[in-house]
Design a protein around this ligand. Structure first.
Ligand SMILES: [Zn+2]
Length: 409
């Protein structure tokens, strides 16, 4: 079999395209496949599909294809142009690549698959023998393709979270679909407008279809949701993990003050106990749990704060709002009479926010999905050694977590 026939068969190019020459450059590790077409054919306008005679040919272009054995393989062709009365002079579509693509569709698929499987982008570049820019270009195109194909879907449960990806850097607002665990929207900052951009991208039917929104008690997000989502007060659920985090911070504030006072008197009881009071008991090792139970017997302020924090967990066991409110009233009395200022403050804050804490009884959503996505995003950051350009980071986030259909057709 001649090399031309071999490539004609393995490339499987449809009519009227033909392989007319194959150049093997063994030293350069490269195969070049020249693709042409017979003369006298009519071609379709890429805009309207009208059949037209060849107007002229664009300059020769090349597309990187899947390797042949160990050899980089490149398709070369001059693409005909048609002169459509309606759309003007345009290049016709080629069956092996998308318009303006530098890779064949099969090669782009392969790059996408390799990226998804690699721990780092530079690792993918090495495997594929491509530059960072080339690989990133494929990611970018894949995300645009996926977003263009995305059909408006009702997101019944969404999570809104904010994340600062580098210390001292500005925040990113992340909207996730809780049911599918995908990132739906990313915006700079954590302002009202950051989240409103997402709501504005939805149709009225989609906005109406939102049944529950999990978020932290963050005023700009609350305001944006109240302004854009019908019946928002019934739908907002302040995320229980964020709430427990706030209470945990109050416990830690009590510990710090008490530790300072004890240290001044030469007492090291609370040294290296920070996480003992923050983690829930089931996450402690046996040794740490024993240490905790000893400390709990010592009439410490932080021990009282801890007990108040732990008691609050029960709030999320109730399925009826009325019961949850009665439980909270008892807890609130205890917390506000604790003579522990940080605990009193956090209790007041929770009371102000109670209406959208007890919505959990009915809606039962948390931002755990968003937290899971957060850790995925951290991994993406590591993969690319910190995307210096925030737009690049967004593209990578949609590529890895957007649940998009990324492949060329
Ligand atoms: Zn046309």
């Amino acid at each position: 079999m001649r090399d031309v026939d071999l490539y004609r068969q393995i490339l499987g190019l449809p009519e009227p395209w033909l392989v007319t020459d194959v150049n093997l450059d063994l030293n350069g590790g490269r195969v070049e496949v020249l693709v042409t077409h017979p003369e006298g054919l009519r071609w379709m306008c890429p805009q309207c599909g009208k059949h037209l005679a060849v107007h002229d040919h664009a300059a020769e272009r090349s597309w990187r294809h899947l390797d042949t054995c160990q050899l980089q393989t490149v398709l070369r062709a001059r693409v005909p142009r048609v002169n459509c009365p309606e759309h003007g002079v345009l290049q016709v579509k080629v069956p092996w690549a998308e318009p303006r693509g530098r890779f064949t569709a099969l090669m782009e698929r392969w790059i996408i698959d390799v990226l998804q499987q690699c721990a780092t982008i530079s690792g993918a570049c090495r495997l594929l023998r491509l530059s960072w820019d080339e690989v990133f270009g494929v990611m970018d195109r894949a995300v645009r393709r996926g977003q263009a194909r995305k059909k408006p879907r009702v997101l019944r449960q969404i999570g809104v979270d904010e994340k600062a990806f580098r210390k001292g850097h500005s925040y990113t607002t992340i909207v996730s679909d809780i049911e599918r665990s995908t990132i739906e929207y990313l915006a700079d900052e954590r302002k009202r407008e950051s989240l409103e951009g997402f709501y504005n991208s939805l149709t009225p039917r989609q906005r109406q279809g939102i049944q529950a929104v999990a978020m932290d008690m963050w005023e700009p997000y609350i305001t944006a949701t109240q302004a854009q989502v019908p019946e928002a007060p019934r739908k907002i659920v302040f995320d229980r993990f964020h709430i427990m985090q706030h209470v945990g911070q109050a416990v830690d504030a009590v510990r710090k003050t008490e530790h300072r006072a004890l240290r001044a008197a030469g007492d090291d009881t609370l040294t290296r106990t920070k996480y003992l009071w923050l983690h829930s008991q089931e996450n402690l090792t046996d040794a740490r749990r024993e240490q905790l139970s000893i400390l709990l017997g010592q009439n410490l302020k932080v021990a009282r704060a801890w007990a108040i924090k732990e008691a609050l967990r029960q709030l999320w066991d109730y399925h009826r709002e009325g019961w949850a409110r009665r439980f909270f009233a008892r807890w609130y009395f205890w917390a506000t009479h604790s003579r522990l200022e940080p605990i009193r403050q956090v209790a007041h804050m929770l009371k102000r926010r109670l209406d959208n804490i007890v919505t959990y009884c009915r809606l039962r959503i948390t931002n755990a999905v968003a937290e899971g996505i957060n850790s995925k995003l951290m991994a993406i950051k590591r993969r690319a050694c910190g995307y210096r350009n925030p737009e690049h980071f967004k593209i990578a986030a949609y590529f890895f977590c957007g649940g998009l259909d990324l492949y060329p057709r």
